[in-house]
Design a protein around this ligand. Structure first.
Ligand SMILES: [Zn+2]
Length: 402
């Protein structure tokens, strides 16, 4: 058993402990306390390690990224129109033809160095799968499908299921098939995906851009034009004349397994509907700024009572995959929110949304000891505020708990 002593413990499931202890054994958390636990009855050897003025917290959760796009780092400049930005991404991806492994491996290393334990990784090509599977990360593989006019959505889903079933099983990873977005997935494909999902989490880009709202309201605008340009328009499709959450609800996808990613354009009514269904909104504010999607109403997210998780999105639309950087941007957009709420979003809320709350997200006995120690300057009094101020990997270390 290893007993870590630290200036701060942030269990997340309860308030920070100033000067406390975390005991770990064989990769599991065995104790959390303000005072040194009584270990006199234990026969095994106990090693006590004093870490000094650090904050121990659970490894963070990046609930939305696309690791396979890591080679696009700094390749598509920021835009003020998301459809324009997405067209550039599609053109670049077509030109490249495949997602090279080296940048994926580098992005996984960087994520880990920035304190991330768990990820929700969206993939079209499964290019990151083997690298993730052999890494220290755990999480959800969201095999994402697009198709606004596919003639046989069921076959598309069956082919994706077959591809997933060929992957070597790994208990650290859950795999499911998910839809891309309302403007790129036909109602029939949404339905086929819903039927295949069972009780696994389903992630979808939702309410991301103004153009998506326009498209669903009246079937017009830049997404409609783009679908026409790439030969993906569906003559049968009729605009539902409602907002994105209601549209998804009509398709039977709004439930407690849903991760509604971005939500940049969501109004109070849509957020209330998500909250009532116990769904999750995944905020990715740095990516929203980069792609021209807009500014997410972060305070409105929390006011609605919906579960809020945090994602970085991909290196195509963000400088790094550091969840602490994303937290700092969330803080800028929600200056009045208690920092503890943001920290919950970066830990337990993401773990719940991805279906891993029994193993990750808090420092509680029995959970995986995937713990980080963040160096805290001596003058810091409000440790939670410090942790959402934008930390870099040089102050983060993983605890050795094997
Ligand atoms: Zn995304």
């Amino acid at each position: 058993m290893i007993l870590y002593r630290a200036g701060w413990i942030l269990p997340i499931s309860r308030p920070p402990i100033r000067g406390g202890f975390v005991g770990t054994n064989a990769g599991r958390i065995v104790s959390v306390s303000a005072d040194a636990p009584d270990v006199s009855s234990l026969s095994e050897r106990i090693e006590t390690i004093d870490l000094g003025n650090v904050a121990i917290l659970p490894g963070l959760v990046n609930a939305h990224t696309h690791l396979e796009l890591s080679w696009m780092r700094n390749r598509i400049p920021p835009s003020d129109s998301m459809p324009v930005w997405a067209s550039k991404l599609m053109a670049l991806r077509r030109e490249q033809g495949s997602d090279p492994p080296q940048p994926i491996a580098e992005a996984i290393r960087e994520s880990r160095a920035a304190g991330t334990a768990l990820v929700g990784d969206v993939t079209n090509t499964l290019a990151a799968h083997d690298l993730l599977s052999s890494s220290r990360l755990s999480g959800a593989v969201f095999h994402e499908l697009l198709g606004f006019n596919s003639p046989s959505p069921r076959q598309v889903v069956e082919a994706a299921q077959a591809a997933l079933s060929r992957l070597a099983p790994n208990p650290a990873w859950r795999r499911s098939i998910v839809p891309h977005a309302p403007f790129s997935v036909s109602p029939a494909l949404f339905e086929a995906i819903r039927n295949a999902a069972g009780d696994l989490p389903v992630s979808v880009h939702l309410g991301e851009s103004r153009e998506e709202i326009e498209f669903l309201e009246g079937g017009t605008g830049a997404w409609r034009e783009l679908l026409g340009r790439i030969g993906a328009w569906n003559e049968q499709w009729r605009p539902p004349g409602c907002g994105p959450v209601e549209y998804l609800d009509r398709l039977g996808l709004v439930n407690d397994r849903l991760l509604a990613v971005h939500g940049t354009q969501l109004q109070a009514s849509g957020l209330a509907r998500l909250a009532a269904a116990r769904a999750t909104v995944v905020g990715c504010p740095r990516s929203n700024r980069w792609t021209g999607a807009g500014t997410p109403p972060v305070e409105r997210f929390y006011e609605s009572g919906v579960r809020v998780a945090i994602g970085t999105d991909s290196l195509a639309s963000v400088e790094d995959l550091n969840v602490f950087s994303e937290l700092a941007q969330m803080r800028l957009l929600a200056p009045h929110l208690p920092a503890s709420r943001l920290l919950e979003s970066a830990t337990i809320a993401g773990a719940e949304a991805l279906g891993f709350a029994h193993e990750f997200g808090t420092i509680d006995t029995g959970k995986r000891a995937e713990l980080i120690a963040v160096r805290v300057p001596p003058a810091v009094d409000d440790v939670e505020e410090y942790l959402v101020s934008g930390l870099q990997p040089d102050v983060i270390e993983w605890l050795d708990t094997e």
